[in-house]
Design a protein around this ligand. Structure first.
Ligand SMILES: [Zn+2]
Ligand SMILES: [Zn+2]
Length: 253
């Protein structure tokens, strides 16, 4: 299979995750909530493993250990998401949106959705940058990102619903963030000579999503839910990453 077809496949699967998450909000809530929290925790751990043990070593290799520039790009990627999700958007957090008062204020829901689509655009850039580097990196980044795609769709749909909009609008917003993921993949493929820059930049974005979007949600859940199980799944996510990493090394050598 050519890298382009692999990318289309990864893109479609990731986008489907968003759509599934959007649909879930119209279904029975309680059981789904717990499952989504587990996915958020697993995804965060897997992403941390992928960034620290897979992407940064690869970047060091590509840049001959001259890391000031690529680490600057990673920092810029991290700060970009702080800027769009928490500076421009007045109210955004991962997980179910329950603060209807906030969301009913004019434009708040809309800026939150736009902020999230900037983040999902770079989810796509990360997957494509990985795959254009090598298949193993692409597959591991795809799994890392795919794990939080359903909670992401759920998040955006709940933002629309608590702003007083209907199910149609919720699904349209879900389709928007799915399309943004796909657009990130396609644009990175078109601009593939730039992958040496987009890989560290999107690693910074992925680090932000894991450590500053997902982990706070995990911690909030264990604080109010009163059990450490969700937090333990972060470690399980790292272990799962390492297992996948070992299996891929064996399979591809
Ligand atoms: Zn809220
Ligand atoms: Zn994402």
């Amino acid at each position: 299979m050519t890298p382009f077809l692999q990318l289309i496949g990864f893109g479609l699967l990731a986008a489907t995750g968003n759509i599934v998450g959007g649909f879930l909000i119209t279904r029975a809530r309680a059981t789904n909530q717990r499952l989504l929290n587990y996915l958020i925790a697993l995804g965060a751990g897997f992403m941390l493993g992928a960034v620290f043990l897979e992407v940064i070593p690869e970047v060091a290799l590509q840049w001959n250990n001259d890391l000031i520039k690529p680490m600057g790009l990673a920092l810029a990627g991290y700060l970009l998401i702080q800027f769009v999700e928490h500076t421009i958007a007045p109210h955004f957090h991962f997980g179910e949106e329950t603060h209807s008062d906030e969301m009913l204020r004019r434009g708040v829901a809309l800026t939150a959705v736009i902020a999230l689509s900037v983040h999902t655009f770079f989810d796509g850039v990360a997957i494509a940058s990985g795959l254009l580097t090598n298949f193993q990196l692409g597959l591991l980044l795809f799994i890392a990102i795919a794990l939080h795609k359903i909670p992401e769709g759920f998040t955006v749909a709940s933002i629309m619903l608590s702003s007083g909009r209907g199910h149609q609008a919720a699904l349209r917003a879900t389709a928007l963030i799915a399309a943004a993921t796909f657009a990130g993949i396609i644009l990175t493929f078109v601009l593939r000579p730039a992958v040496i820059y987009t890989l560290p930049f999107s690693a910074g974005v992925t680090l932000y999503v894991a450590a500053s979007d997902l982990i706070p949600e995990v911690n909030r859940k264990s604080r109010y839910g009163g059990d450490a199980r969700t937090s333990l799944l972060v470690f399980a996510g790292v272990a799962l990453f390492y297992l996948a990493h070992l299996m891929l090394h064996d399979a591809l050598e």
